[in-house]
Design a protein around this ligand. Structure first.
Ligand code: C2E
Ligand code: MG
Ligand code: MG
Length: 456
């Protein structure tokens, strides 16, 4: 039965119609209004089609605020968001409340990616100003996804789906991101999701392994420890670099499961090494934002029975920067338990000197980017020299990463670099090959003058 059949007057019919197209909380249109407007626009332009854009904004962190301050505060925020969006969208554009904390736009005069990104940036700024809740102010950011007609879809449903895909990617990349849909992005998202599924299965099936790369004392080329490096070979995808799958596990929220497996395997392997050799393990940025990290690591290590004083954890500056207070607490707790902390990839991030002074590190690892140019580029040589001198002054140990040949090793020794790591001394290999490697070194030392001697 239609409204006309129900015997309503034309005035009541139009009221009912308006009601069906309106969001009762904010007074904005709803998704049906958006669909209606979009279909009208396509019809108007049927003779002379020109591109236009559909966008979706989703508030970041709205749910915790709603849970914490109660639904009426949540409603107030949604109304303020609606008000701001209505006030700042371009002339001729439509904004609606699409769903929950999601708002959608129809932008008839936005034809291409850059303009969509520009509008996204403007809306993001508008939404990031504090929200007044009477007794307090709160701040929120928003993520955006845009889809351009007709490239991202011809019909309403397809366009919205593309905008949602773009929004999903923005959300995955953190807060306040803006993505405009393209087929490459859709492909990328599909690949990441396949990779995620494969990695989750590999963790369950215990197929993610850990390899070990020697770290040597450059004074006499003896092995002093090993860095654990994650390795995964998928039966369909082949070798996948940890530089790809570690960030993916962080992004998709299962880095803890991955890291726990890796640390346990690494610690178990280290139990078979001579007790003077340390195990160096990489921590990811998500772990440095999680206050339970120190407890979890200590629990895993205690369960394996490895002496905590043999464990070193590598962290990067960039990873620490997201939440420095939590990172500081984690580091303090771990150091109090006897674990040592290395600053990894030094020289590539901010290389903040005050952080070196204020944060309690034991060791600095000079990034391969400098080490690999040390013999060919004077600037790199100077930088490495300066880092070594500074670490000596600060009483920090120093490791040069990525030593690939004899001349690099020689130069680092001349500069007084304490430790080195790289293909020249050994590539990362699995636990069994690591034991062979150690055995070879110790046999060398028995047959020699009592020291372990490495030939690289
Ligand atoms: P990283 O911690 O800086 O590790 C050193 C990387 O340099 C490793 O790459 C290693 O294989 C490579 N490398 C060592 N010596 C040489 C050399 O002489 N030449 C060249 N070209 N490369 C060398 P890999 O194994 O691909 O790991 C990449 C990054 O992935 C690591 O950088 C680390 O940030 C991350 N990663 C690896 N395993 C783990 C893990 O278990 N947990 C976490 N959170 N991150 C990991
Ligand atoms: Mg490392
Ligand atoms: Mg490194």
């Amino acid at each position: 039965m239609t409204v006309a059949d129900a015997g309503l007057s034309p005035a009541s019919q139009s009221e009912l119609h308006a009601l069906a197209f309106t969001d009762p909380l904010t007074g904005l249109g709803n998704r049906y209004r958006l669909r209606d407007k979009l279909r009208q626009l396509i019809a108007e332009r049927s003779a002379d089609p020109a591109p236009f854009t559909v966008g979706i904004a989703n508030l970041d962190g709205f749910k915790p605020i709603n849970d914490l301050f109660g639904p009426s505060s949540g409603d107030q925020i949604l109304c303020q968001v609606a008000h701001r969006l209505k006030a700042c969208i371009p002339d001729g554009a439509t904004v609606v409340r699409y769903d929950g904390d999601e708002f959608a736009f129809l932008l008839p005069l936005v034809f291409e990616r850059r303009s969509a990104e520009k509008i996204g940036t403007m809306l993001k700024e508008v939404l990031s100003a504090p929200y007044d809740l009477g007794d307090r102010n709160v701040r929120l950011s928003a993520s955006f996804g845009f889809a351009i007609h007709p490239f991202a879809g011809e019909e309403f449903e397809d366009l919205i789906k593309s905008a949602e895909t773009a929004l999903y990617r923005s959300k995955r990349r953190g807060r306040g991101q803006i993505t405009v849909y393209s087929t490459e992005i859709a492909e990328q998202m599909k690949r990441s999701t396949q990779l995620e599924q494969a990695l989750r299965n590999a963790i369950i099936a215990n197929e993610v392994d850990v390899h070990f790369q020697p770290i040597v004392d450059l004074k006499n080329d003896t092995v002093v420890g090993f860095e654990a490096l994650a390795r995964w070979i998928d039966k369909d995808l082949g070798f996948v670099s940890p530089a790809v799958f570690v960030p993916l596990a962080e992004e998709r929220g299962f880095i803890d499961a991955l890291s726990e497996t890796l640390l346990r395997k690494a610690a178990e392997a280290a139990l078979s090494w001579p007790s003077e050799l340390f195990l160096s393990f990489n921590l990811s940025s998500a772990q440095l934002m999680d206050p339970s990290t120190a407890f979890n690591i200590l629990a895993i290590i205690n369960r394996t029975g490895l002496d905590l004083r043999r464990l070193e954890l590598e962290i990067t500056e960039t990873a620490m920067m997201t939440d420095p207070d939590t990172a500081q607490k984690i580091v303090t707790e771990l150091r109090a338990a006897g674990v040592r902390i290395s600053l990894d990839d030094f020289g590539t991030g901010q290389s903040s000197l005050s952080r070196l002074r204020d944060f309690a590190f034991d060791k600095v690892k000079i990034d391969r980017a400098f080490v690999c140019r040390i013999t060919t580029d004077t600037a790199s040589d100077h930088i490495v020299n300066a880092i070594i001198t500074m670490c000596r002054g600060l009483e920090l140990e120093v490791v040069a990463e990525g030593i690939e040949d004899f001349t690099e090793a020689l130069r680092l020794k001349e500069l007084g670099c304490g430790m080195g790591q790289g293909y020249f001394y050994g590539r990362p290999v699995d636990a069994a090959a690591t034991l062979d490697y150690i055995a070879r070194k110790y046999i060398d030392c028995d047959s020699d003058d009592g020291r372990q001697v490495m030939t690289g």
